[in-house]
Design a protein. Structure first.
Length: 407
C-alpha cells in the first residue's frame, strides 16, 4: 500500500504562495497537481474533508437548537461573567467543555456539534466516523492511521521528527501555527516570516518523505483576511427592545444565526440585520447554494454573513478571563492581551479570495482530472491514491489520476 503524509496546514492563504515568500511551494504548485478548493462558511471544515460530505450529511456545523429546550430566561441571580468564568475553568481542566464563554442559560439550549476540542483528546473516536459517515481514516483503519494536532514555534525541529516516518499508511498532521499567527498579528513582515517557516517545513517534509517512500500531500480549507472593522451586534440586540426569551442566537466572528420564539423578534431582528452594512442575510431555505440546507431550522432560522475584513465583537468565543489566560500562556497570542479582537479571520462566504482552499499532491506523474475542486473531493482522492475502496457515503470526486488526465 502507498503511504501518505498529509500536511493539513490550517489558515495557509494561497495569496502568500509566491516565489518571494514561499519559493518551494510556489515551484511545486507549478509542476504538481494543484487545486483550488471551494469551501462553505465555517471554521470547522475538517469533518467534510475527511468524510467527503457536507454538514447536512455529517451534522457538524456549530450548534443545533435542542427540540426539547425551553425558551431562554435570562441570566438570573448569578451574573453571566461568574458562570462563564466557572465554565472556562472547567474547559481548561477537561479540555472538552466547548463554547464555555456562552452563558449557561443560552448554552443549555444548544447541542454542540463542533469537532475541534473533541478531536484533540480522542482523535480516532471522533474522526474515524463522523455523523455515521465513514471518514478516510476509518476507511484506512486504526492501525494504519495517525492524527496529530500541533501548533509549534519551530515546525521543523518540534514536529517533523514525529511525522513522515513511513510507519503508517495515512499520517495526518493538522498544523495550526500559521493560523494562530495570522489571528493575532497584523504585521505583514512578521506574518511573511512565518509563511517562510512553513515553506521550510514543507520542503523538509518532502525531502524526508522521499527518503522514506512516502507521498506528501498538502491540504488547506481556507486562508485569512485582515480585520478592518468590528461590529457590536450584542449591543444592537440589547437596544432592540426584545426580551431574552423572544429569540436564541449563536454569534461567531464572521456570522450569526438566529432562532425566533415570537413574531416580533422575527420581524425586529430581520430588519436589524437587513439594515446593517457588510451583512448578507439568508433564510434557512436559501442555504442550498452554500451546501448548508438542513431541511429545517434546527441549525438556524435566519443567518447573517459578514463581508471579509469585518468581524462581530464581542462574540460567543470571547471571555475576558479566557482571553487573558490564552494570551499569557502562548507567546503567539500575546497581542490579544492588549486587544482581544482578532487581527485576521476566516469563515466567510465561499468565493472570496480568503476562503479558497488548497489541495496539492507532490507527484509529477499524476495528472489533474478537474481544474478545481471542493473540500469534499479530498477524501475520495486520498483513498484513490491509497487504492482503498471509497465508502458509498462519500459524495466527492477524485481530483487526480495516474497517466493522462483532463485539466
Amino acid at each position: 500500500m502507498l503511504k501518505l503524509f498529509v500536511m493539513n496546514i490550517t489558515g495557509l492563504d494561497s495569496r502568500w504562495i509566491r516565489p518571494e515568500t514561499m519559493p518551494f511551494l510556489a515551484e511545486a504548485r507549478s509542476r504538481c497537481p494543484a487545486f483550488s478548493l471551494r469551501n462553505y462558511p465555517s471554521n470547522d471544515i475538517l469533518p467534510s474533508i475527511l468524510t467527503g460530505t457536507y454538514p447536512p450529511e455529517h451534522g457538524i456545523w456549530g450548534v443545533r437548537l435542542k427540540e426539547s429546550a425551553d425558551a431562554p430566561r435570562g441570566s438570573g441571580i448569578v451574573p453571566d461573567i461568574l458562570t462563564t468564568s466557572v465554565q472556562c475553568m472547567r474547559h481548561w481542566i477537561t479540555g472538552e467543555f466547548d463554547l464555555s464563554a456562552i452563558p449557561p442559560w443560552r448554552r443549555k439550549r444548544f447541542e454542540i456539534t463542533r469537532s475541534k476540542y473533541r478531536r484533540f483528546a480522542r482523535p480516532w473516536d471522533v474522526l474515524s466516523e463522523i455523523g455515521g459517515r465513514v471518514s478516510v481514516m476509518g476507511a484506512v483503519g486504526r492501525d494504519q492511521t495517525r492524527y496529530q494536532f500541533r501548533s509549534p514555534s519551530d515546525p521543523v525541529g518540534e514536529v517533523l521528527p514525529d511525522c513522515a516516518n513511513g510507519d503508517v499508511a495515512l499520517d495526518w498532521l493538522e498544523l495550526y501555527t500559521i493560523n494562530r499567527i495570522q489571528q493575532w498579528y497584523a504585521d505583514s513582515v512578521r506574518v511573511g516570516r512565518w509563511y517562510g517557516k512553513v515553506d521550510e517545513f514543507v520542503k523538509a517534509a518532502c525531502e524526508k518523505c522521499a527518503n522514506n517512500g512516502v507521498l506528501p500531500v498538502l491540504v488547506n480549507e481556507h486562508g485569512h483576511e485582515p480585520v478592518r472593522r468590528s461590529i457590536d451586534l450584542q449591543a444592537a440586540l440589547r437596544k432592540s427592545g426584545l426580551a431574552d426569551d423572544e429569540y436564541s442566537y449563536f454569534l461567531e466572528l464572521p456570522m450569526v444565526r438566529f432562532w425566533f420564539h415570537t413574531e416580533r423578534a422575527r420581524e425586529t431582528i430581520g430588519t436589524l440585520l437587513g439594515e446593517m452594512e457588510m451583512v448578507h442575510v439568508f433564510r434557512h431555505d436559501e442555504m442550498g447554494p452554500l451546501h448548508l440546507d438542513f431541511g429545517d431550522t434546527s441549525y438556524g432560522e435566519l443567518f447573517g454573513f459578514l463581508e471579509p475584513g469585518n468581524i462581530f465583537f464581542p462574540h460567543d468565543f470571547h471571555h475576558p478571563l479566557g482571553n487573558f489566560y490564552l494570551g499569557l500562556g502562548d507567546r503567539k497570542q500575546w497581542p490579544r492581551i492588549a486587544d482581544a479582537r482578532q487581527r485576521s479571520n476566516c469563515g466567510y462566504l465561499p468565493g472570496n479570495d480568503c476562503e479558497k482552499g488548497i489541495f496539492l499532491v507532490f507527484d509529477e506523474s499524476l495528472r489533474a482530472a478537474a481544474p478545481s475542486g471542493t473540500v469534499i473531493d479530498v477524501a475520495p482522492t486520498l483513498l484513490s491514491l491509497l487504492e482503498v475502496e471509497t465508502p458509498d457515503t462519500m459524495k466527492g470526486t477524485v481530483l487526480c489520476v495516474r497517466g493522462a488526465g483532463e485539466c
